[in-house]
Write a protein that binds this ligand. Structure first.
Ligand code: TYD
Length: 208
C-alpha cells in the first residue's frame, strides 16, 4: 500500500498545520508516514529553497525561479518520495508540482505547457493520488499571514494571488478525481476532519 498526498493552498491557508495533523493521525493509526515539504525536504532542496527565498536574489528571473523549484523537486522525489512510496509508506507533502503551475504559471504567466513538461522531467511523471486545496479568500490569507491588517504592498499583490487562486480552482475542476477543495475558513479541527474522512476513503480502497 502506498499513497501520495499533497496539500496546496495560498500562503496563510494553514496547510502546514493540516499536513502535520494528518501525519500525526496516520502515525497513531500505525501507518508509516513520510511528512515533508516543498521547496525543501532534503539537504540539497533546502539549500535551493534558501537561494530562491533569499532577499539577496531579488533579481531572480521568473524562469530561473521555476527551474529552481523544479530542481529542488527532482531531488526530493528521487531522494525521499519515491523511496518512501516504494517502502509502502503514506507520503504527505506540503506543496508539490501544482504550486509551480499555480504560482509560476497562472500567477506569473509562464507557459503552462512548458511548466508541465519541466515538471514531468523533474518528477519522472510522479503525480499525487490525492491533492487537498485549502481554499481561503486572498485577503484573508494575507491578513492571517500578517496576523492583522493587510498593508499597501500586499494590496499590489492581491491581483497576483487572485490569479494563483483561480489557477488552483481551475486545476481542481479539471481533475476532480485527484483534487479535493476544502473551505479553509472553517476551524482547524473541521478542516482536519474533512481531510481525514477523504484519506480514510483512499485507505479503504487500498485495503487498509
Ligand atoms: P511555503 O514554504 O509553503 O510557504 P507558505 O507557508 O507561505 O505557503 O512556500 C514558500 C513560497 O514558495 C510560497 O509563497 C509559494 C512558493 N512556491 C512557488 O512559487 N512555486 C513552487 O513550486 C513552490 C513549491 C512554492
Amino acid at each position: 500500500m502506498s499513497l501520495f498526498i499533497t496539500l496546496e493552498g495560498p500562503d496563510g491557508s494553514g496547510k502546514t498545520t493540516q499536513a502535520r495533523l494528518l501525519a500525526g493521525y496516520l502515525e497513531n493509526r500505525g501507518i508509516a508516514v513520510l511528512c515533508t515539504r516543498e521547496p525543501g525536504g532534503t539537504k540539497l532542496s533546502e539549500q535551493i529553497r534558501e537561494v530562491i527565498l533569499s532577499k539577496v536574489n531579488h533579481s531572480i528571473s521568473d524562469e530561473t525561479e521555476a527551474l529552481l523549484y523544479s530542481a529542488a523537486r527532482a531531488q526530493i522525489v528521487a531522494e525521499l518520495i519515491r523511496p518512501a512510496l516504494a517502502a509502502a509508506k503514506v507520503v504527505v507533502c506540503d506543496r508539490y508540482a501544482d504550486s509551480t503551475l499555480a504560482y509560476q504559471g497562472y500567477g506569473l504567466g509562464l507557459d503552462l505547457d512548458a511548466l508541465r513538461t519541466i515538471t514531468r522531467f523533474a518528477t519522472g511523471g510522479l503525480v499525487p493520488d490525492l491533492t487537498f486545496y485549502i481554499d481561503v479568500p486572498v485577503k484573508d490569507g494575507i491578513a492571517r499571514k500578517r496576523h492583522g491588517e493587510t498593508n499597501r504592498l500586499d494590496e499590489k499583490n492581491i491581483a497576483y494571488h487572485e490569479r494563483v487562486r483561480d489557477g488552483y480552482l481551475e486545476m481542481a475542476k479539471a481533475e476532480p478525481a485527484r483534487w479535493v477543495v476544502i473551505d479553509g475558513t472553517q476551524p482547524v479541527g473541521e478542516v482536519q476532519k474533512q481531510i481525514r474522512n477523504r484519506v480514510e476513503l483512499e485507505l479503504k480502497k487500498r485495503g487498509f
